[in-house]
Design a protein around this ligand. Sequence first.
Ligand SMILES: Nc1nc2c(ncn2[C@@H]2O[C@H](COP(=O)(O)OP(=O)(O)OP(=O)(O)O)[C@@H](O)[C@H]2O)c(=O)[nH]1
Length: 298
Amino acid sequence: MTYKSGFVALIGRPNVGKSTLLNALVGQKVAIMSNRPQTTRNRIRGVRTTETSQMIFIDTPGIHKPKHRLGEYMVDIALKTLNEVDVIVLVVDASSYVHPTEIEIVKQLERVRTPVALALNKVDALEDRALVLKRIEEYQALRPFDEYVPISALRGEQVDLLAEVIEKRLPEGPRYYPDDMITDQPESFIVSEIVREKVLMLTRDEVPHSVMVAVEHMERRSSDTLYVSAVIYTERESQKAILIGKQGQMLKRVGEMARHELEALFGNRIYLELWVKVKRDWRNKPALLHQFGFDRDG
Ligand SMILES: Nc1nc2c(ncn2[C@@H]2O[C@H](COP(=O)(O)OP(=O)(O)OP(=O)(O)O)[C@@H](O)[C@H]2O)c(=O)[nH]1
């Protein structure tokens, strides 16, 4: 049997149960990632690996925000991402009326070609479960979705069915991440996301959002100390210079801020070593793949 893999965007307005669903799909550990402020373009929220497929769930910040607050730029970024993923899951709260934000999201989705599954969550909270049919009709009137799956993320009901529906639409592909990533390795992703966040914050957009951070090495050096070495890749020498700063001041600040946050998060002392390298050709590679660190060899 062929193995399938791909990117899945979980979208929906706040509080509909996206985090709960994600946890039900991939396990508990990922919650830590979902609480991070949304400064990056996309973030991996979790990976579900089975015998037959691997799904990489990403966040699409901005898609649920009103357009006037967001600006065209972010809307465009969000739409670009949604066009690059393999499946979109729009999570809605079936126990609530169709919210104006959902109507806005559906409108945005007109510009996207990716298949969209509608996950009608919180069916356990419906007085009468037959009401979910009415809800489906209401959403269907907005646009025809590719799939409709009533679920209860909280109780884990029909979550596997949703996973099947997603899997059906994934392309053939490899396991991008090791099977045990969720249990063993999410730390490196958290580290790279946090470092990246500090870079963007402290350089105030002088370094573009496409900057990539690759964690090269993580090692426990004693019971309470974690040694981490990471490379920040920029596209140009000028960006590298900004990032390093006068006498290394900028890089030092990035490192200090990231270290503090990581220590609080992991409850360990962190020894963080940061390097800056220029990597010119990465734009040519498929944006999503490289952004998520699949090309770490160069
Ligand atoms: N009854 C019921 N409650 C649920 C279900 N799924 C999630 N919830 C509850 O809905 C609330 C919001 O859930 P989250 O998973 O944090 O929602 P979210 O969409 O990730 O929210 P944001 O992070 O704000 O975007 C929590 O109190 C959950 O316990 C469900 O299937 N049934």
